[in-house]
Design a protein around this ligand. Structure first.
Ligand code: NIG
Ligand code: FE
Length: 406
């Protein structure tokens, strides 16, 4: 027997339209017909097809219904935290200076290498619960704080376990291999040798040991880390293993990361505070999703907000994400991202919400998430507000959605 239900008594339904880049359906007094965990029909309650008349009703309690948030860029698993470094930055020391002294990412690498798979799974589960409570139903998560094969393998094993627990946690995962997150201490000063180890040894071995766990691979292309050419070679190796490229690009300086993403057919290019106009056009033409991370700009105390408006004008379908990580953005809150998207990236509310639902899912090549049109997964958030815009307007208000059946 099919599980059929109709969600009624909604103030309204708000969903991006997957068929049109930035279009939004805003349907007051809506109903939603759900069958076996998928949306079967949506529209005005009065137009509900007769075939659904006898289906059990779920009371929406007068809320606004939206699709669940998708977070397409997190570094979910790491050991320790960097509050000490944060305090030094507040005293005026720069992020780059701390990294140059062997702190920063390297500090987290030391703590992560000491963590067992069980410890990583336990902290990961608690963090996933924090995301879920805030309305995130699907999340991308990267390795990258191991920087050597065995630690990267433990991170991948922990992600495999968290994927298995996903259904009971109410959050599904896409895993990205990022062993090229930085130059490992063992390769200090020799990015080229490190890159060869990643491309020729670590990536194939991680895929061999953990088949089917990761869908994507990523690299930090940045001045003083990996070059565009090294990124290209890493992606060639990743693609041979069936991994789709995403790239940390143009975050602290311009290096041509967006152009590289377009060239290799990446699903996304992420950060992009220093993206060139040529890079924007190339991303639009190659259907690369720019994933913007405004809470990172905020937390690093930078003034260079990613040029979201120019990207939209160039034809890009911009996505938003948290970049949750211990150094540049310890934030699990999608509403903070929406608020910064509106207030600092100058996106409209509709654009920001679409960027953290439909386009976020698109950047993960998932077409059944981020909207509530027929065929979508029934990941529905219920918000007890008069107007959805209030989620952004009441800055700092800790809204939490209700979930279907919860
Ligand atoms: O996305 N750019 C590289 N990686 C992270 C920061 C890593 C860290 O500071 O721990 C980022 O910003
Ligand atoms: Fe990141």
């Amino acid at each position: 027997m099919a599980d059929r239900r109709v969600l009624t008594n909604l103030r309204g339904l708000w969903t991006p339209d997957p068929a049109r880049a930035w279009a939004v359906d805003r349907i007051p007094g809506a109903a939603l017909a759900l069958e076996d965990g998928r949306v079967a029909w949506m529209g005005r309650a009065g137009d509900l097809p007769a075939a659904w008349a006898d289906a059990p009703e779920v009371d929406g309690g007068g809320a606004w219904a939206t699709p669940g948030f998708v977070d397409p860029h997190t570094h979910l698993l790491f050991g320790g935290n960097r509050s000490g470094e944060f305090n030094r930055r507040l005293a005026g020391v720069s992020y780059q200076q701390i990294a140059a002294e062997g702190g920063g990412i390297r500090e987290t690498v030391r703590a992560t290498r000491e963590a067992s798979v069980d410890e990583l799974v336990a902290t990961g589960e608690a963090r996933l619960q924090a995301f879920r409570q805030r309305g995130v139903v699907h999340l991308e998560c990267k390795t990258g704080y191991g920087l050597e094969l065995e630690s990267e393998s433990r991170l991948t094993a922990a992600y495999a376990e968290l994927k298995r627990r996903g259904p009971s946690l109410g959050i599904s995962l896409d895993v990205t291999l990022l062993p090229a997150h930085d130059i490992a201490p063992e390769f200090a000063g020799d990015a080229e040798a490190n890159l060869r180890a990643v491309a020729e040894d670590w990536l194939p071995e991680l895929v061999r040991r953990h088949p089917g766990v990761a869908r994507f691979c990523d690299i930090f292309v940045e001045t003083g880390v990996y070059t565009v050419d090294q990124g290209r070679r890493m992606f060639e190796a990743g693609k041979r293993l069936g991994l789709i490229p995403r790239v940390h690009a143009d975050e602290l300086t311009w290096t041509g990361g967006a152009e590289l993403a377009a060239e290799v057919g990446a699903a996304s290019a992420d950060h992009l505070m220093f993206c060139s106009e040529a890079g924007m056009k190339a991303m639009a033409a190659a259907d690369v999703t720019p994933v913007l991370l405004p809470a990172t700009t905020l937390f690093l105390g930078m003034r260079d907000w990613a040029p979201a408006r120019k990207m939209i004008e160039a034809g890009c379908r911009v996505a938003l994400a948290t970049d949750f990580n211990p150094g540049s953005c310890p934030c699990v809150d999608p509403l903070t991202i929406l608020r910064l998207g509106c207030l600092q990236l100058r996106m409209t509310f509709e654009e920001a919400f679409t960027a953290m639902t439909l386009h976020a899912a698109r950047s993960l090549r998932r077409d059944d998430l981020g909207h509530l049109h027929p065929g979508a997964r029934a990941e529905v958030l219920l918000w007890d507000v008069e107007e959805l815009l209030e989620l952004v307007y009441w800055v700092g208000e800790p809204y939490r959605p209700r979930f279907l059946g919860a």
